[in-house]
Design a protein around this ligand. Structure first.
Ligand SMILES: [Zn+2]
Ligand SMILES: [Zn+2]
Length: 346
């Protein structure tokens, strides 16, 4: 009876029709806007708003002193013209340049360090490489030495290229070892191995560091990987190394070079997080004017997101992100560039 009445009313009263439609509209709008206490629909929410997001796990780090720093100087580089390398070391060192080092021999040497006696002198390396390289040149580097050293295969060897791809040897492997036994006992890191691509007629890709390893006295091996710093609005006097990667090392001042302190992850991690720009960061922090966090623009950048390695947020903002604000990569872990920096500054 009531239904029949309603239907009749609906058919004959435009006013009733309009009010029913309006009521439906108001109820829908109220639901969408969350007036009834329902959760706000996902489409209206910022994806990084975070009540329900678990904080990113923090990776525990240990800080160690790396006595070695090796860079490529700018200028023309090729197999025939040679390469300028600059070592900025905390202790007297020996730079050994192995030209045309066989890939298999280098892999063998890396394993030999982990299994057998530690490779801490040029002689150890030569034996571990089983002398499978074309030419070896050594330089003594003092701790104040900031000069570039020119290494080149002698013309009488007749080596102009290392053949077509795929290749069996790396163009150049530069090994830094500590010159004095006393220093070898002091430092945890005893050698640095840098694999460098050098262009030649057969493969003209520009010269660059392909990878870099650090050897520890305990027989561990860590790979050095670059960090990507966000450029800050303040104190950014032109582009910094932060915007580049390891292939374009900057020109550190003596002050920076004397403070080469990489961050080593815990023992079980086979990685080292450190690059030249980190030194620059430390300098900024020591002046109390670190680069701004890209999110709050208020605190210094102190967090590196993994696995993308963007250093762009501060300690308090890191917990609000599941995705890197720069590249949108999913954040699995993060670590602090310096412990307690945020606390100290605020
Ligand atoms: Zn922040
Ligand atoms: Zn990223």
């Amino acid at each position: 009876m009531a239904a029949v009445f309603l239907v009749t009313l609906y058919e004959y009263s435009p006013l009733f029709y309009i009010s029913v439609v309006s009521l439906c509209f108001v109820i829908t709008a109220a639901m969408v806007l969350g007036w009834f206490g329902f959760d706000v629909p996902v489409i209206l929410r910022s994806s990084d708003e975070t009540e329900s997001i678990l904080p990113t796990p923090e990776k525990q780090m240990v800080q160690v002193t790396n006595p070695f720093c090796l860079e490529m100087c700018s200028g023309p580089m090729s197999v025939t013209d040679g390469v300028f390398l600059r070592a900025c070391c905390l202790e007297p060192c020996i730079l050994s340049c192995f030209w045309g080092c066989e890939i298999g021999a280098l892999q063998g040497a890396l394993q030999a360090h982990q299994r057998g006696p530690r490779l801490s002198t040029p002689r150890h390396f030569q034996e571990a490489l089983r002398f499978l390289y074309s030419y070896c040149q050594s330089f003594s580097i003092s701790s104040e030495d900031r000069e570039g050293h020119h290494t080149q295969i002698p013309a009488d060897q007749g080596i102009r290229d290392f053949g077509l791809l795929p290749r069996r040897c790396y163009p150049l492997v530069a090994v830094l070892t500590l010159a004095e036994q006393e220093a070898r006992d002091t430092y945890n890191i005893v050698a640095s191995v840098t694999v460098i691509h050098v262009p030649d007629d057969k493969y003209s890709l520009s010269a660059r560091i392909v990878f870099q390893y650090l050897f520890t006295s305990q027989g561990n091996m860590y790979e050095l990987k670059p960090l990507f710093m966000s450029a800050g609005s303040e104190g950014a006097s032109g582009p910094t190394e932060a915007d580049h990667n390891i292939q374009q090392p900057g020109e550190p001042t003596e002050e920076e070079a004397s403070r080469v302190e990489p961050v080593l992850e815990e023992e079980e991690e086979e990685e080292v997080e450190k690059e030249e720009e980190e030194d620059e960061e430390e300098e900024d922090w020591s002046d109390g004017r670190g680069r701004d966090c890209v999110v709050c623009q208020n605190a210094a950048v102190n967090r590196v997101l993994l696995p993308c390695r963007h250093a762009c947020v501060c300690d308090s903002c890191v917990s609000h992100f599941q995705h890197c604000p720069i590249c949108r990569a999913f954040v699995l872990e993060s670590f602090a560039l310096a412990q307690g920096v945020a606390a100290g500054e605020q």
